[in-house]
Ligand binder design. Structure first.
Ligand SMILES: *Cc1c(COP(=O)(O)O)cnc(C)c1O
Length: 453
């Protein structure tokens, strides 16, 4: 097919997610058809650095020989069989490996296929757990969730989500969450300075839990970094504080590590950094190294036990997805975890994390850079119209989007969150490639913002 045919067929038939359709139809689509390492190639043969890890999921680069081989080997056995009433070796082995690696206490693995399903499973699991453990009457019907939270696009996830732009439309379909302020220190919802802000945010959670005794099934949180909200980096101790509050108020903690899991923050799981053992852990994106859709919801023996029962006891978790635990996905997930060992991915990240910090510190001084944030190999630059007042650019100006579009001309593919530029390369990126990426991004940042008042 010629690039021109692809362009026409795409415009005529393909509905792109999170995409303004009129703008899309008017623009020249970028059509990627192959990749190598941290680079993507479009149908015209142009090369782009994959600065968003193909939507925050690629870990070891594209076409990694070990990952490719794992899929081929599995393909020679079977592409898909179900976990409903049947099992298979790769899912068994992966569940064992995840339990070995995950924070202590998580001993049970429920597979599904996407981040959204991993969290949806977690919510339903928490709800049903309480009904079978203590209250046959559904008393614990509430979830505590953060402002700006993003947990996926199914209706349960949207109910605990807090990004208005994504969720306002579906308000009438959602269950109400107990919303607590996000500890977003640059734009503190309580207008406090650090460390008072983090403490005040935890106090707000304490208050909500005190006001709703016995009503909260779980607190849901993206540990350390709230992704879609704009890469909001939580202050140290906040996650630990949430864990303590959930214990003190006898409720569960659901850690949504869909975006931050698998090395992204510098440790295999973000929870490790605050020595937090959640009751439920949601994994997806990086689980397969960014190769195939596979997700896992891990939980404790305590929660699993509440579901133990015969058919007639009615304790069964009536939830499952056709492709949950798919053998190809499980095989490549196992291979990805092997590569973490073989290539010492986490150790190799240390100098790259330091380089990113240095380079972000330098860009902080630019006139329209309001805030820079980082955790591991997640970087974010929040652009503002006015540094002193932190006033944002008018939404319609699309400053972030324009910078990222311009970056394509220099061979960098990045996707902003509003006016927050996101730096999220595959963990396998080299120092030189990271510099190349930041050179392009900063150059486009200067070019586009120079023309603005
Ligand atoms: C991306 C994301 C999800 C949803 O994952 P999908 O695979 O897109 O359904 C859930 N939670 C967080 C924190 C995410 O970043």
């Amino acid at each position: 097919m010629t690039p021109e045919t692809l362009r026409l067929w795409d415009r005529d038939h393909l509905w792109h997610p999170f995409t303004a359709l009129t703008d899309w139809e008017a623009a020249e689509p970028l059509v990627i058809d192959r990749a190598e390492g941290v680079y993507l190639f479009d149908v015209q043969g142009r090369r782009y650095l994959d600065g968003v890890s193909s939507l925050w999921c690629n870990v070891h680069g594209h076409r990694h020989p070990t990952l490719d081989a794992a899929i081929r080997d599995q393909l020679d056995k079977v592409a898909h069989t179900t976990l409903l009433g049947v099992s298979h070796p790769t899912a068994i082995e992966l569940s064992r490996r995840l339990v070995e690696l995950a924070p202590e206490g998580l001993t049970r693995v429920f597979f599904s296929d996407d981040g959204a399903t991993a969290v949806e499973v977690a919510l339903k699991m928490a709800f049903q757990y309480w009904r079978q453990k203590t209250d046959p009457e559904p008393k614990r019907t509430r979830f505590v969730a953060l402002g700006g939270a993003y947990h996926g696009d199914t209706l349960g996830d949207v109910s605990v989500g807090g990004v208005d732009r994504f969720h306002a439309m579906f308000g009438p379909l959602l269950f109400p969450s107990l919303r607590v302020p996000s500890p977003h220190c640059y734009r503190c919802p309580l207008e406090l300075q650090q460390p008072t802000c983090a403490l005040a945010c935890l106090n707000a959670v304490d208050r909500v839990l005190t006001e709703h005794p016995g009503e909260v099934a779980a607190i849901v949180v993206e540990p350390l970094v709230q992704g879609a909200a704009g890469m909001i980096v939580h202050p140290d101790g906040y996650l630990r504080g949430l864990r303590e509050l959930s214990r003190a108020h006898d409720t569960l903690l659901i850690a949504d590590e869909v975006a931050v899991g698998f090395g992204r923050t510098g440790t295999l799981f973000a929870c490790e950094q605050e020595d937090v053992h959640p009751d439920i852990l949601c994994l997806a994106k990086g689980l397969t190294g960014g190769y195939l859709p596979l997700a896992a919801t891990l939980t404790t023996e305590e929660i699993y036990s509440a579901f133990r029962g015969t058919y007639t006891e009615g304790k069964t978790f009536y939830h499952g997805h056709t492709y949950g635990g798919n053998p190809l996905g499980a095989a490549v997930a196992l291979a990805s975890l092997r590569v973490f060992d073989e290539e010492q991915t986490l150790d190799q990240m240390v100098p790259k994390i330091a380089r990113l910090a240095e380079r972000l510190a330098a860009v902080r001084e630019q006139p329209h850079v309001g805030d820079v944030r980082q955790r591991g190999l997640i970087g974010a630059i929040e652009l503002v119209a006015d540094k002193a007042s932190k006033a944002p650019f008018p939404w319609a100006d699309q400053v972030g989007a324009r910078i990222c579009m311009r970056a394509r001309d220099f061979g960098l593919l990045v996707r902003p969150l509003g006016d927050v530029l996101v730096i999220m390369p595959p963990l396998s990126i080299t120092l030189e490639q990271l510099d190349e990426m930041l050179d392009i991004l900063f150059q486009c940042l200067s070019e586009i913002t120079e023309g603005l008042a």
